[in-house]
Design a protein around this ligand. Structure first.
Ligand code: MN
Length: 607
């Protein structure tokens, strides 16, 4: 057993704000404290990867590469670490091998020392390329397995996975408990086994979602874990990591005491106490422990996503049915760990199964791709009956998904030309083409600020134009509504953050055509009249839930058969294929791409 001081990775600059504040910490809040963080004596600082890359471009309008170089220039002694989603890199799909290699090369060149690499399905083939590339360019490979619970997940299972990661060239093995499901005694047993059977440093990553993280971290340290993740106390707890100072106090004067300068930690904690206030509008109202994640075995983020999805669908009262459907869907899917993107896919599919009243009657494109094998190999075989229902006669693959991908960089270069002057820019474009273009446009226009939280004391009733707090009475129910802040406009739509009965909701405001100015500068907003008929005939195609039409796959006059995909509707952030109910001819199309639709409106009429 290790008797040396435990090493600590600080997550404040990455996972802490990803978990607490939807990955919105700006570089300007990192710069003033980075040199102090460098003096603490951390094993590493996690500063990049995960959702930060996407969030920098999409929301903060920052160049993620510039962020990395800036932090590198300030942090001279401590290693910098990032989270890499295997073949998905920092995105949400599999990229071709040439993109993976170039991304890893540039990541290391711009200042990252250690790459924590994982795959959402623990399909090790999806980690091969990034592990090889990291070794090739002189980086440290921290290979992670996703920890989860379920009938197949025993200690032996994870020890075997870790041995395979060692054989693939890992320098460090990471237990990635992304949902905070690992309990203290299991952690002790798991770490003890890994330490006795694998001759590599073991690194524990966990979340405090269920309130277990401090205990789990301490038991892992007792069992000899080499490195643990914490965040500075004022950015810790809840869905974030366990608090650093608490762990230090517990270990004080023991052989594993990291012996950090507590006064320095205090200064850093004070700094983030102030910073955190700026992001309050993004924070969940309830920050305490949520042991439900253990009961339902789903990550906290997934739970709040589900609640939002159901609320959007006016079906919050069915949450219990959905929660009961999730384990069944997960079993059909071959027990994937629930982490981005599988958590979203399973959660949405379970919701569809409940709301449509028939399991897999309607499936998302992502569910279909999952059963086609495009995400990789599930931990155990999927339910074949379900696969047949979803794919019919369509083929599925069993090879490494990226083996089917053509090189992408040359093609991207030809598309973007001099709008991506550096190799780093080209990678940003290749990973997020649409977002990169929006980022360029925002940069040109000088748009920077995203959230402007409204502090109550700043609203002076005499001068303010409109109240920021209301009670709305609707059908006998009262709702307390408070304006939290606003975001910046994208494509003419502006997001507002509202608290409805103390629950934060994001509202996208689109310009309505029917805003009618009347006397004294007042405006009247008339609801748009629906131009679509109500469904009444067997050939009327409707959406089972409110959503947006993304693609219409038929034209007026087309001959179609029952079961053909006629339209794709995006609902709950997933694309859903809508099929023809009968054989016939497309008689009329009442929607165009981009239209919002409601469940009982006819989108397409088949005769
Ligand atoms: Mn995490």
């Amino acid at each position: 057993m290790s008797k040396s001081p435990v090493k600590i990775m600080d997550t404040t600059f990455r996972d802490a704000h990803q978990s607490l504040h939807a990955t919105r910490m700006k570089l300007e809040d990192i710069v003033p404290i980075a040199e102090k963080m460098d003096q603490v004596g951390f094993h590493s600082l996690e500063v990049w990867g995960g959702a930060t890359f996407d969030s920098c471009l999409r929301f903060l309008r920052e160049d993620p590469w510039e962020r990395l170089r800036t932090i590198r220039s300030l942090v001279k002694n401590t290693k910098l670490q990032m989270l890499l989603r295997g073949q998905n890199l920092v995105g949400y799909r599999h990229y071709a091998d040439d993109v993976v290699e170039k991304f890893v090369e540039k990541t290391i060149e711009n200042g990252i020392d250690i790459l924590r690499i994982f795959d959402a399905l623990n399909d090790l083939r999806n980690m091969e390329k990034s592990i090889q590339a990291t070794r090739k360019y002189g980086g440290t490979v921290e290979a992670a397995f996703c920890y989860t619970i379920g009938p197949i997940y025993t200690i032996d299972y994870f020890v075997e996975l870790a041995k395979k990661l060692r054989d693939m060239g890992a320098h460090i093995i990471c237990i990635k408990d992304m949902a905070g499901l690992l309990d203290p005694y299991t952690a002790y047993e798991l770490v003890a086994r890994l330490k006795s059977e694998i001759d590599l440093p073991i690194h524990l990553h966990t979340h405090d979602t269920a309130g277990l993280a401090v205990a789990t971290t301490i038991k892992a340290i007792e069992a000899g874990v080499d490195i643990v993740d914490t965040a500075i106390s004022t950015m810790a707890g809840g869905t974030s990591q366990p608090p650093l100072e608490t762990v230090c106090h517990i270990l004080k004067d023991t052989e594993r005491d990291p012996k950090f300068n507590m006064e320095l930690l205090d200064e850093i904690a004070d700094y983030f106490y102030e910073v955190r206030k700026k992001y309050k509008a993004l924070e969940s109202e309830y920050l305490g422990p949520d042991p439900k994640v253990i009961v339902y075995q789903v990550p906290g983020g997934m739970l709040s996503n589900l609640v939002n999805q159901l609320r959007e669908q006016n079906a919050l009262h069915r949450i219990k049915e959905v929660m009961e459907e999730i384990p069944r869907v997960r079993e059909d899917f071959g027990f994937p760990p629930l982490v981005t993107p599988s958590s979203q896919i399973v959660g949405t599919q379970a919701t569809l199964n409940v709301l449509t009243g028939e399991r897999y009657k309607m499936v998302t494109t992502e569910t279909k791709n999952y059963f086609k094998g495009l995400y990789g190999k599930p931990p155990v075989a999927v339910n074949e009956e379900v696969r047949k229902k979803i794919l019919g006669e369509e083929e599925f693959i069993t090879c490494r998904p990226a083996d089917l991908l053509e090189p992408e960089l040359e093609k991207a270069k030809a598309e973007i030309k001099d709008k991506a002057p550096t190799e780093e820019d080209l990678l940003s474009y290749t990973l997020f083409p649409k977002v990169y273009l929006e980022y360029l446009e925002a940069k040109e226009k000088g748009i920077k600020e995203e959230i402007v939280p409204v502090k109550k004391e700043e609203v002076k009733p005499s001068t303010s134009l409109a109240p920021t707090e209301f009670v709305i009475n609707l059908y006998g129910e009262s709702y307390h509504v408070k304006v939290g802040g606003k975001g910046h406009k994208v494509d003419g739509k502006r997001p507002y953050f509202l608290y409805v009965n103390n629950q934060l909701v994001e509202v996208i405001v689109e310009p309505l055509q029917e805003i009618v100015p009347s006397e004294e500068g007042k405006v009247e907003i008339k609801p748009k009249e629906s131009v679509r008929p109500r469904a009444s005939e067997p050939g009327d195609i409707t959406s089972p839930m409110p959503g947006t039409v993304v693609k219409i796959k038929v034209k007026k006059g087309d001959k179609i058969s029952a079961g053909d995909t006629v339209v794709i509707v995006e609902a709950m952030k997933m694309e859903n294929e809508i099929h023809a109910p009968i054989d016939g001819t497309v008689d009329e199309i009442f929607v165009k791409e981009g239209d919002m639709v409601n469940p009982d409106e006819v989108m397409i009429r088949v005769k």
